[in-house]
Every structure is written in structure tokens, then in C-alpha cells.
Design a protein around this ligand. Structure first.
Ligand SMILES: C[S@@+](CC[C@H](N)C(=O)[O-])C[C@H]1O[C@@H](n2cnc3c(N)ncnc32)[C@H](O)[C@@H]1O
Length: 247
């Protein structure tokens, strides 16, 4: 139905953003790990690409920095409300609207697995980040439970499908080939948390666009791939990502 992930995300942005807004703390740990690795300094110029609706800012309220939110999907970018310390721009991944060596740190969260032309994207990251700056890539690792959830379960129950090319050794080689040095590579399993099972199902339906799934299908998929934990006042699932710090 849609030939590129850019078009798919234009179409998916509304339900993705609604899920993020209705359950703003669900991915808290994921963003906290990102901020841990970014280690923003006062006055830093930070680039978040692609930023979705600018969710990073909600977890970085105490940071004294400037956010360049770059998004490839106009629908996603339209949800991002700028404030004095942020600016949102729509652009191509391979053509960022930033000057050479203008950014102290750049984060690319949950997007690279949708991108074919990674060499060009890495060259662009290298161009805009200062020589002493940092690049943080956060994504799904090949062979992880999260990868199975996305490419098998989401692929079956999202009518636009899901076919991610996940992180493997080739990505590290490709970074190094583009003179980006990998300084750490850490896989983390953390939790996405919800008040109850209904909230977890509603969040997953919206975030992943599971238009073909019943609630029971979604619970079944989470049980197969994401090891849900049921506690008295909270339900959570395991989410695996790799955090790659480069300079
Ligand atoms: C899963 S969302 C992640 C958004 C945000 N970083 C977050 O963590 O919530 C994937 C993002 O990648 C962008 N994207 C996906 N495929 C793309 C492609 N092939 N080229 C450019 N951007 C793409 C989408 O617009 C979307 O913002």
C-alpha cells in the first residue's frame, strides 16, 4: 500500500503520537537510558533525528541545552510544539538542515532499522556533529525478542507490515567505514510500564498501528515475545534495545 517507510510513518504518526501522549511515562526508562548516554552539558546544541513528536524533551526538562528536532514525516513534526529552547524542522534523513560541525550531540532513536541508505545518513551525522561531539544510535538488535515482535507479530497485525533491518555487526562496520568511532555498545532490556493490561494493549495498538489485531491477539503477541510482568498496580513488558555511543 505504501512504498516507503517515510510514507508509512506519515500515515502512522497520528496513532503513534496519541499513544505517546496518552501514556507519556510508558517509555520512561528507554529515554532515561538515552539521556544517560547522551550526558548533555550545559549550553549544548542537541540534535534528535528523527524526533517523532519531540518526546525526548519531556524527559530532559532539567537539561540546559538547545534541541534541534528533525523529522522526515510532516505529520509527526506537526505534533512537536516548539519552545524557546527547541526548533523543529522537516527534512530528509540524508540532508539535515544544520551547518557543518554545529552539534554537540546527536541521537537517532528507533529509526535506523527503517533506513536503507545508512552510509549517506552516517556521512550526514558526521558532517553536522562537532569533532569532539557524540553520536548516539539506539535501535533494535538483530535476533532480539523485540526484533521478533516487530518483524513477525507487528508485520502480521499492522496492515502496512513491518520489515526492519536490525542492528548487527555490519552497522558497526559501516559506522567505522564512515570514520565514526564506536566507543561503547550496550544492549539493555528495560521495561515499558502501564497501570494495567488494558493500557498496555491500547498503547501497543496505537504505537505499532495494530489495526488487524484484537486485544487478545495483542496480549498473545506480548506473551510470546515480550515477557509481560503482572504486579498489583502495574503491568510491564520487556523491551530490548542497543545503545551505541560514537564519536
Ligand atoms: C518508531 S519512530 C521513532 C520516533 C522517535 N525517535 C521515538 O523514539 O519515538 C520512527 C521514525 O523514523 C522516521 N522514519 C522511518 N523510516 C524512515 C525512512 N525510511 N526515512 C526517513 N525517516 C524515517 C519516522 O518519521 C519516525 O519519526
Amino acid at each position: 500500500m505504501f512504498d516507503t517507510y517515510k510514507k508509512i510513518f506519515d500515515n502512522r504518526a497520528e496513532s503513534y503520537h496519541k499513544a505517546m501522549r496518552d501514556f507519556p511515562l510508558a517509555r520512561k526508562e528507554e529515554f532515561e537510558w538515552a539521556l544517560h548516554y547522551l550526558a548533555i552539558n550545559p549550553g549544548d546544541n542537541v540534535c534528535d533525528v528523527p524526533s517523532g513528536g519531540g518526546y525526548l524533551k519531556d524527559f530532559a526538562l532539567d537539561e540546559d541545552c538547545f534541541f534541534n528536532f528533525l523529522e522526515t514525516s510532516e505529520s509527526f513534526a506537526s505534533y512537536n510544539v516548539d519552545c524557546p529552547n527547541s526548533k523543529t524542522q522537516v527534512c530528509e534523513f540524508e540532508d539535515l538542515p544544520l551547518a557543518n560541525q554545529s552539534v554537540d550531540s546527536l541521537i537517532c532513536l528507533a529509526a535506523l532499522h527503517h533506513v536503507d541508505n545508512r552510509e549517506k545518513v552516517f556521512q550526514e551525522f558526521r558532517r553536522v556533529v562537532k569533532s569532539q561531539g557524540k553520536i548516539l544510535i539506539v535501535d533494535v538488535e538483530e535476533g532480539s525478542n523485540t526484533a521478533g515482535f516487530l518483524n513477525v507479530f507487528v508485520n502480521e497485525y499492522n496492515s502496512m507490515g513491518h520489515n526492519g533491518s536490525f542492528i548487527n555487526g555490519q552497522v558497526v562496520n559501516s559506522l567505522e567505514k564512515n570514520e565514526i568511532t564506536v566507543v561503547s555498545y550496550n544492549s539493555h532490556t528495560f521495561q515499558w510500564t502501564f497501570d494495567n493490561e488494558h493500557c498496555m494493549v491500547t498503547f501497543c495498538r496505537g504505537l505499532f498501528g495494530l489495526d488487524k489485531a484484537t486485544d487478545e491477539d495483542i496480549i498473545h503477541g506480548i506473551k510470546i515475545y515480550l515477557n509481560p510482568h503482572y504486579q498489583q498496580n502495574q503491568v510491564s513488558l520487556d523491551w530490548d534495545l542497543v545503545y551505541i555511543v560514537c564519536n
